[in-house]
Design a protein around this ligand. Structure first.
Ligand code: SF4
Length: 463
């Protein structure tokens, strides 16, 4: 199960809204990447309808996921690599530790990977005495600051260059500067020594190709290429949904991904890795392992209402246009997956009741669907999650949320509730297309009336 901390959603969101520095950073970021990504998709030679082709490719891949994963695993093994199917986070972490200890690994360099955030890999490795260093600049910054990523592809977007300057002075012992080039060079100098000394490289996987038996990583810093080729051992982690059938499908999805993610026709570094280095190759790892993670994804796959969320290629375009993410930032979501994609996938992986704030906090404006390079209907799934919260779902282990109203005399209550925007008079009801009254998608299924016989003090009402 995904480890999340969604209880502080409201408090963290309120804090973010009151932080002018963060608000400025989020606005600038969305103006740059939200608009840029949409423009890059519009400029595709095939036009924006390539998104529909991307959707069809993902739909077909998810419909044949079992065959594609078997083919991928068989082809990687044929190339001399190892494949491990991890049912949950514990299995994935234990496999990684076992391999690392077998190879006497003391230092790991990592490329950015949200799946390893999902399973808490860094913490687990350091608990057994293995030093783990993030090499993506944003991830390196938040690792030094001991924070969590606040965006899927721009993990340190919440930090200003002044904050990074002070952090580097404190942690790297360099003179203070807020110059981005100087800060980047300082990080590069430290990371070069780590790359050269590392025993093991760990990466994520943007997409895998079943037919050729390789995984692909996408970056703009070149760090993943170094992390996966310099150390003796390489291990990649992928969610089980991240596979395409053929290289042609893979190519279409990569073009959509890089445009939507960073407004680029193609990223700076695209690496294809299919196994350890062969005897004819001068460089490359001696051993290659691929961990394919389930961790709740099979449950989503089996549910036809939510299966579509597995089409996601984690480009983060939906975060870059979301008005809610643009105000509260990523930390309020309490999960590695924030924004609209996080508002759907986090409740599905961690439990709908546990993460209910996330799907209830989004506006249903539809901007996420318009920005999505594979046309995922996120608003539909947000509504379906809210419906489960309203009505409960024994199959999904979801309890209906209960609502209450207070008062013995409505006039009394009204006097105290100056902020009250609406009154609840009963369970949510609406007419279906045949005119039959049914429970609505949003409102409570049951309403309780507590009759208070004493005086009501408006200050005590905590709404
Ligand atoms: S839901 Fe669509 S836009 Fe959002 S991260 Fe996934 S692929 Fe990208």
């Amino acid at each position: 199960m995904l480890a999340v901390d969604c209880n502080k959603y409201r408090v963290t969101a309120q804090k973010a809204i009151r932080d002018p520095v963060l608000q400025n950073a989020l606005t600038n970021f969305q103006n740059l990447l939200g608009k840029g990504g949409a423009e890059a998709i519009r400029e595709l030679p095939e036009g924006p309808q390539l998104r529909l082709k991307g959707h069809a490719i993902r739909k077909k891949a998810i419909a044949h996921l079992d065959i594609l994963l078997e083919t991928l695993a068989a082809n990687i093994r044929k190339n001399g690599g190892h494949v491990f199917f991890a049912s949950d986070a514990t299995a994935a972490v234990n496999y990684c530790i076992k391999v690392a200890q077998r190879h006497q690994v003391r230092l790991v360099v990592k490329g950015k990977s949200m799946v390893t955030e999902e399973i808490g890999l860094n913490r687990a490795l350091s608990a057994v005495g293995i030093e783990t260093v993030e090499t993506d600049l944003g991830e390196y910054i938040i690792q030094l600051a001991n924070e969590n990523p606040s965006h899927i592809i721009a993990p340190a977007i919440h930090k200003t260059r002044e904050q990074v300057g002070r952090l580097f002075t404190e942690k790297l012992n360099i003179p203070y500067t807020n110059n981005p080039s100087a800060l980047t060079m300082a990080a590069r100098k430290v990371l070069r020594t780590k790359f050269l000394a590392a025993d093991m490289g760990i990466s994520g996987c943007n997409l895998a190709c079943a037919a050729t038996g390789h995984i692909t990583t996408v970056s703009n810093e070149g760090n993943i290429r170094m992390a996966t080729t310099l150390p003796r051992v390489t291990m990649a982690f992928m969610g089980m949904e991240r596979v395409a059938a053929t290289l042609t499908d893979h190519h279409t999805l990569l073009r959509l991904l890089t445009r939507a993610a960073a407004a680029q026709k193609m990223a700076g570094y695209i690496s294809y890795i299919g196994g350890p280095a062969s005897s004819e190759q001068a460089d490359g790892p001696e051993a290659f392992h691929l961990v394919i993670l389930d961790n709740g994804r099979s449950r989503i796959l089996a549910d036809k209402t939510f299966r579509e969320i597995l089409y996601c290629v984690r480009c983060a375009a939906c975060l870059n246009v979301c008005p809610v993410y643009g105000k509260i930032g990523g930390h309020a979501y309490g999960s590695p997956y924030s924004g609209p994609i996080g508002a759907v996938v986090t409740p599905l992986l961690a439990g709908i009741n546990r993460a209910h704030h996330l799907c209830q906090g989004e506006t249903l404006c539809g901007a996420c669907r318009q920005a999505c390079p594979v046309d995922i209907n996120i608003p539909r799934m947000l509504l379906a999650l809210r419906s489960k919260l309203a009505q409960g779902d024994p199959a999904g282990n979801t309890k209906p949320k209960q609502h209450a109203i207070l008062g013995s005399d409505p006039r009394h209550v009204c006097e105290g509730l100056t902020n009250c925007m609406s009154f609840i008079t009963g369970p949510s009801r609406t007419r279906d297309i045949e005119g039959v009254m049914v429970f609505g998608a949003h409102g409570p299924r049951e309403v309780y009336l507590f009759v208070i016989t004493g005086d009501i003090i408006s200050d005590d009402l905590n709404f």
